[in-house]
Design a protein around this ligand. Sequence first.
Ligand SMILES: Cc1ncc(COP(=O)(O)O)c(C=O)c1O
Length: 399
Amino acid sequence: MDLLDKFDGLIAQKSALPFKSADPFKVVMDEILSETEAMINGKKTILAGTNNYMGMTFNPDAIDAARDALEKYGTGTTGSRVLNGTYTLHKTLEGEIADFYGMDQCMVFSTGYQANLGMISTLAGKHDYIIFDSDSHASIYDGCALGNATVVRFKHNDTAQMERRLKRLPPEAGKLVVVEGVYSMLGDVAPLKEILTIAKEHGAMTLVDEAHSMGFYGEKGRGLAEELGMEHLVDFIIGTFSKSVGTVGGYCVSSHPKFDVMRLVCRPYVFTASLPPSVVAGATAAFTAIKNSGNRRAHLWENARRLHDGLKKAGFKLATEKAESPIIAVCLPDMVSATLFWEQLMHEGVYVNMAVPPATPVGFNLMRCSLSAQHTTDQINQIIARFVTTAKKIDLKLS
Ligand SMILES: Cc1ncc(COP(=O)(O)O)c(C=O)c1O
């Protein structure tokens, strides 16, 4: 028995898709020209799907800090956070992030994936319950799978169903409600006020993943919980450096008095090497830049609204009624038209994420755009125009 035979169905499904030259899962960025442009297959391409919301990848202060740290501390720590992998730089960054959120503590992980994996699987143990949204990111699903808690899923953003599920659980049991601020595929927001209120009424602790809402939601850019004035009901906030912060890494912030014990018991924190000094220094500088980025934030929202309005007026079907985040997801009727559309759009010089099931909720075949504060108004207009040209070239009916 060949252990890879179980993937034959997927291999067949993928090879049946009508790609001629490009493959959305094998794109190579040959040269990065700026936060918003790259050379791909010899063509200058607008990047409209890179999650680089605050455009921090070329922030001069972050680059200088990363370069200095690289020269001073070397290329890596070669150790776990609980052994030789904690430098002053890691502690400084954790202090900065805790301050940014007005929380007591922060744990920095090597990725956001590991932050979810570690926190969720460790917080909720045997006899506990995790109640989570069905549209959650894979790292949340995997955090549920790694631990020993009983997992209870509710329909996306369905607060009534969430409450019914909570009511059925033993009142004394430990419960963790897990949701996201903005959902990564459709770019829609959670009804966080209701969710957090219901969770607390039923004695649950709460974890909110703000991976796609940090940087541009809330007065200080902390995310949706800040925007809605609901941070006091959140026990744990998860974040990532791989989007608004422009590098790699993840974190969890909390004011729980026993939070520090997580550093000893959370396996995806303990049993892996810590982030390289250059990354940590770059992330620290990026946080400072994000704190002082009122204009960037406003421009990002302007970009999101312009793209949403432009595509809607052109007759595209969008996943949300209005721009709820810098993620603007365009719905295509099926996987074949999504394939044709994505490939033609690449020929027109625009890169977006082709997102199809199982990465998306059932039935959604998406051209997922994620915008940056560094996109110019002209680039947004170009993206809209090239979407329209693409639709014409592949005979996609617009409404
Ligand atoms: C909602 C959400 N949480 C967590 C992650 C993981 O982040 P990272 O890229 O830092 O592993 C992602 C990444 O796409 C995400 O979308």
